[in-house]
Design a protein around this ligand. Structure first.
Ligand SMILES: CC(C)(COP(=O)(O)OP(=O)(O)OC[C@H]1O[C@@H](n2cnc3c(N)ncnc32)[C@H](O)[C@@H]1OP(=O)(O)O)[C@@H](O)C(=O)NCCC(=O)NCCS
Length: 207
């Protein structure tokens, strides 16, 4: 089983080359310390609507530095999707190995006891130009491979999904997540909890 330290020491263990539908090449790999500027460009490039759907603490160099400083220090694994020719980050796939008390309480009410032995949190964000063309569905099996290698077997949505985020809802549903129930997010927004139990079959082979 991999630890976050193993991954930080050797990011190649979770590095995969992918070919996108438009024929371009991309690399999915762990965020590394040298990514600060690239990550800042990615965050700064997110439109107001993307920021509403997927919220970060900030969208500038300081926010990017904070995410890079967190590598292997806490409970988070961040995978980035990098366009191979431009070396721009075009997606950020976040996993947290920690659960919050409010997540645990909501899922308990829904009859699903969560534990950090089995469960983790997931939140995906693609650059605006990459949304809605199958990139998320191409990448998700590799993110789930990382989940398995971290020893977890179930994935809940990090902070849920906004109830009006129809594309994300369809994306999660078609990738095997099931609806757990509605809740009101911290800023009063109607949201939905969803969970994925990883199937037992083997993860896909790298491209
Ligand atoms: C959510 C996200 C990661 C999904 O990745 P993606 O590459 O866009 O997703 P895919 O193209 O693989 O799948 C999207 C599905 O939704 C469908 N879809 C697109 N727009 C839709 C809409 N307005 N209503 C309903 N379905 C919609 C697509 O047709 C596709 O389904 P299909 O394959 O059955 O046709 C990406 O859109 C994203 O980063 N969005 C902005 C940030 C965000 O919302 N993050 C999630 C926060 S919980």
């Amino acid at each position: 089983m991999l630890t976050l330290t193993d991954i930080a020491d050797d990011p190649l263990v979770l590095t995969r080359r992918l070919r996108l539908r438009d024929g371009s090449r991309a690399v999915l790999r762990p965020l590394v310390h040298a990514d600060v500027k690239r990550l800042a460009d990615f965050l700064a490039g997110l439109s107001p609507e993307s920021r509403r759907l997927s919220t970060f603490d900030g969208y500038d160099l300081a926010a990017a530095r904070e995410l890079c400083d967190a590598i292997a220090r806490y409970d988070k694994l961040r995978l980035v999707l990098e366009d191979e020719s431009s070396e721009r980050i075009v997606g950020l796939f976040e996993l947290s190995l920690a659960l919050t008390a409010s997540d645990i309480a909501r899922y308990r009410v829904a009859g699903i006891p969560l534990t950090e032995r089995t469960d983790c949190r997931f939140g995906p964000t693609l650059a605006d130009a990459y949304q809605g063309s199958g990139v998320g569905s191409l990448v998700i099996p590799f993110v789930m491979e990382a989940v398995r290698r971290l020893g977890r077997t179930r994935v809940i949505l990090w902070g849920g999904v906004l109830a009006d985020n129809a594309r994300a809802l369809r994306f999660y549903e078609k990738n095997g997540f099931r609806l757990v129930g509605p809740f009101i997010g911290p800023d009063g927004t109607p949201s939905l909890d969803m969970i994925l139990s990883l199937p037992l079959h083997l993860p896909p082979r790298p491209a």
